[in-house]
Design a binder for this molecule. Structure first.
Ligand code: DC
Length: 226
């Protein structure tokens, strides 16, 4: 295997529960890169908006809130920890109500512009694997390698349900929520979720996370050779 240069940007996009964040974390570990979960930034803003009872449909208020928010992603052994104004809020970001609020917050073009700017800053020096919905299309259109992970709605609903059993939703209600988020993420006017024309598509349904990452490494090697 050729050595992968230390300064590339690798983009991973795809719908909810396609396995992006796990694959991005493992790939970053294998390459010695930094993993940035851009969804965590939308969730963090959504969490603060819920806490301060800011109207999720009002982009001006959300932008004002964002301007006063110190948002930090710190790598830790078990994955990224997310800090808002110095407080570690990683665990609450998984709550379904925060996820649903993040999807609402992310439809506003001005909010996206601000977060995209912060994401680009984090990637300035390369050596980054960033996952999200618009990384290969908008944030880093010149990323060295782009992946688009998919899996059927049923598979993704099942995964999300297994992850969040403690939240007491049913499999059916989880599937409906995943479908609603897909529709919102793919149907919004600003940076809708779609594969970049040069993205490599991987169906993660039949694969373990390690197998997904092995396929990604093979694609990266092939791309470097060409
Ligand atoms: O990846 P995630 O499920 O943590 O993302 C939470 C929400 O944020 C998701 O509904 C879509 C939105 N999002 C986005 O619009 N653009 C990104 N780059 C990342 C996430």
């Amino acid at each position: 295997m050729n050595r992968v240069p230390k300064n590339l940007i690798i983009a991973i996009d795809g719908p909810v529960a396609a396995g992006k964040t796990t694959a991005a974390r493992l790939l970053a570990q294998r390459l010695g890169y930094c993993h940035i979960d851009s969804g965590a930034m939308y969730r963090a803003l959504a969490w603060k908006a819920l806490k301060q009872e800011v109207d999720l449909s009002d982009p001006r208020s959300l932008l004002g809130l964002l301007a006063q928010t110190a948002l930090e992603l710190r790598p830790a052994a078990e994955g990224l920890r997310v800090f808002v104004d110095g407080e570690d809020i990683t665990d609450v970001l998984r709550l379904p109500k925060v996820q649903a609020a993040a999807s609402l917050v992310s439809v506003h073009p001005k909010v996206r512009e601000e977060l995209v700017q912060r994401q680009r800053q984090l990637g300035t020096h390369g050596g980054v694997v960033m996952d999200g919905r618009d990384i290969g299309t908008v944030v880093f259109p010149h990323a060295a390698v782009k992946f688009y992970l998919t899996a059927s709605l049923e598979e993704r609903g099942r995964r999300r349900y297994q992850e969040s059993l403690q939240d007491l939703g049913t499999l059916e209600s989880t599937l409906e929520e995943v479908e609603r988020r897909d529709q919102r993420d793919m149907g919004r006017a600003a940076s809708p979720l779609k594969p970049a024309p040069d993205a490599i598509l991987i169906d993660t349904a039949p694969l373990s996370p390690e197998e997904v990452v092995t396929q990604m490494e093979e694609h990266i090697q092939r791309k470097l050779k060409s």
